[in-house]
Every structure is written in structure tokens, then in C-alpha cells.
Design a protein around this ligand. Sequence first.
Ligand code: CS2
Length: 512
Amino acid sequence: MSVQEPRASAQRLGPSAVDRLPANVRCPGYDRSRLTPGILHLGVGAFHRCHQAEYTDDALEAAFGPWGIVGVNLRAPDLSPTLGTQQNLYCRELRRHGDVERRLIGALVETISVTGEDGDLQGGALAGALAVASNPSIGAITLTVTEKGYCHIPATGELDLGHPDISHDIAHPETPVSVPGFVLRALAMRLAAGRPLPALISCDNVPDNGSTLRSSVLCLAAKIDPALRDRLEREACFLNTMVDRIVPATRPEDVAGFAEATGIEDRGLVVGEPFRMWVLEDRFNGPLPAWDRAGAMFVKDVAPYEILKMRVVNGIQSNLCQLGVLSGIDFMADAMAEGVFSDFALRTISREVVPHLPAVPGIDVSAYVGETISRLKNPALKHRTLQISTDGSQKIRQRLLEPLRAALKAGTPCGGLLLGIAGWMKYASGVDSAGRALEVLDPFAERTKAVAAASGGDAARLVEGMLGIEAIFGTDLAQNGFVKDRLADLVADLGRRPSREVVRDFLASQTA
Ligand code: CS2
């Protein structure tokens, strides 16, 4: 993270600065010097630091145990200049409108960055991370590696054997570069040493996240060592989970504001909303931190919670974010502050998505939708529309396409979902309605921009080309004349005028 210079007198956060934090910054209610590693976490991004690490701090306060977190980044960012120099201490700040609540998190005890900022391997770091993972004191390997970290084909969930990192790991299983490769190597080392296997806990917004990780790891193992694959199939426990808290990427302004308010410079700061939720599959026989005492739910079947969260919270985000980008709106809350976009969000979710949601034990769906809308309107969260649009090819199946399929099957309205998907197509083409280039950060960006170039500005051809990307869309939608025609009209319209006007007319046509 490049950071705006905080005020000159600010002391850098670390053990010796803790006593100087203002009294209203909550500090760990347990003795951190007694904390030993019990969790290896892959992907120490803002979300993990503001979600699982906070739940773990709560669990440690409720029932202290050997559950310190060793955070491993297989890819950039290199954590040494931020968390490393702070002895892995950092604060999380929760904001809602004008309210701010700050807390020092102690659960992270070590961080290992396998690659430096330049992407080059840091000597010994991979071996160090694998040594930690194979140590029997690690009872859980948890992951937030983003959707694309699973190296799966978004439309099917299967491992992408054509992925260059997977090809690498098949050839060099002892020095993996992919997430499934790292997990496989760690499990193989545990079994070879006769040690019990840890729980594998995926915390990404991937459909059936634990099962997807399991299938990626087993499929990779089948290519390397079929006997190992069979053993892991029997013995390894991969948990599905649903995770929720909005945690935008930390901005230099956040770090500067924290220094201003506290006199302490925290380059590991994360900022999120007060709302949080975590639902885990209750299937692991070994010990885990007392996350349940921190409010996490352990249930038999995570699927209804996951579907609800991905289609409502993430669904609204992904339906709106590209349309927001196309109208030059930087932050999600600014889009939601415009009546036209918030009406569109609520209308689409209520009419098109909610009727096809499964029943979710203990949850009143209409209250949940209302709460979601208010979370997304929280102006204190600076969540970039561009950040949510990033890697859209990996997100739209579970957030927009599955709800669309459910509506098509039932013959119920789906125009708002189609408008969101058209927004993604327009964004992924790399040009907005005014002809300005858009930054498309996505593993499929080359492909979608090539489709756009080949369409020669013809919306129907663009839609045909996009729907033809089977790894994203499967095969059914390209054969649906209604979907194709409607998307072509919407993409053409988004090419002529700002998305705000297209959304406004869409709403008007619905009430007419
Ligand atoms: C967002 C999520 O960037 C994104 O993909 O949609 O990070 C979202 O904010 C979280 O899933 C909320 O729990």
C-alpha cells in the first residue's frame, strides 16, 4: 500500500506503541505473549483482517487457546513493510455514518510473504510456509484467496487444468504456486509424517466454497499421485462457509485519518462496517477456536445461507457496480444515494431474486433485504464500484446468472438482472458510453476486450460473443433467444447514453 504521509509525530504501531493508543481503542482481552500458532491463513487481505481475525480475537477472549494465526500470502502484496514491521499488530476500524469504533487485533502472530512486490519468490519463504502448514499444531487452514485463487472454471466449478499455475504444480508439486497446489502439498506432508489433517476452511464468495476447494485439490492430486487423492478423499475435511462483512480496500486517507485521530501510524489498518456474519458447516471432528462463542453459526447445511448472501448482498453489489462505473460513480454508497439506483436495486432483488430463494432457517428475508440496502447505503464505507467490478467473470455466475436462470425457469420477471448483466458486458468490453477506455481487471479481460473489438460496435454481436464464453456463461444462455435479444437492446442502449438514464427508463417502463 502506498500511504499518504501521516502527521510527523505519529509513532508506528507495534508492541511498544500499544500503551500510547487512546483509551477508546479496544485492546485484546487476553495475554498475546502466550498465544501460539494454531491456524494457517492463506490470503491476508483486508477482509480476513476485519472478519475472521476479529472473530478469532473474540474467541480467544471467550476461551483462550492455541489459536494464533500465521498469515501467508502466496502473491503480492508483500506484508513485511506493513504488518511485518508492526509485529503483526493492526487495528480495524468499524464505520457507520458518523460512528467510528476502533480495535487492536492480536490474533495474527506471524506473516509470511512468499513473493515480493515484484512477484519474485522470496528465498525460503515457501518452504517456511509449508513447514508451518505441516506442523501438527496447525488445526485449521483457512482461506480468503478471492474467487480466482481456486483456479476453477467459473461456470462449472471444476479445476481449470489449462491454468498455467496448475500446469506448473503438476510438474513441480513440491514447490507449488497455486492455492490448490499449496494446500495439496501441505496435506501430503502431513500424511507423510503421520500427522492428523487440519480442517480446511474456505472463506471466499465462491459457490460451495469448501467443496470447490476440495474438488480442485483432489483433481490436482489425481494428476500427481492417485493414491494420495484417494486417501484425501476419505480423510480430509473441507468445510463450506458463508462469510459476510463489507470491507473496502484501505485507502491512504484511512491511514492518515487513523494517525490523526490516534497519534499512531498503522500501515496494516482495515476499515469495515459493524455488520458481520459467519456460518460454518458443522462437520469437523477436531478442535477449533471458540468461534461459536463469538457469534459464528455452526450448521448442518450452509447452502441456504450462502445462496441468500450471494444473491442479495453480493447480487446487489454486482448488479450495480458496473452500471455505477459506466455513470462515473466511484463508490457504491454514492450509487445507492441516488434514488434511481437504490430503487433499481431494491426492485430487482425483491421482484426477481427473492421469490426464488430457499427458506433460510431463522432469517426473515424481507428484513434481511432491508438491512442489506441500508448497509450498502452506509456513506462511511468507501467501497469502489471498480473494486467490486474487478474479476466480475468469477462473480457473476453465483450473483447474477443463477438468479437469472431461476427466474427464467419460473417464467418470472428478470429485466433488472439482465440490465446488470448487460452492464457487466459493456464494462468488460473496456469502453464506456462516452467512448472512454475503462480499466478492466479480470482474468478474462483479454478475451472480453477481443470479443468487443471483433463485434465492430454491433451490440448483438457483442452479446453473442460474450455469451459464447462458455467458461463464464455455460451453454444455456447463448441458446436463449429472449435473453440474447434483451441483452443486445440493453447493451446498445448503454452504449448510447449513461447507465443512469437507461436504469431510469427501465424503472419507468416497469411501473407503466
Ligand atoms: C464484494 C465483496 O468485491 C467484492 O466482490 O462484493 O467483497 C463483498 O463486499 C463482501 O462479500 C461482503 O460480505
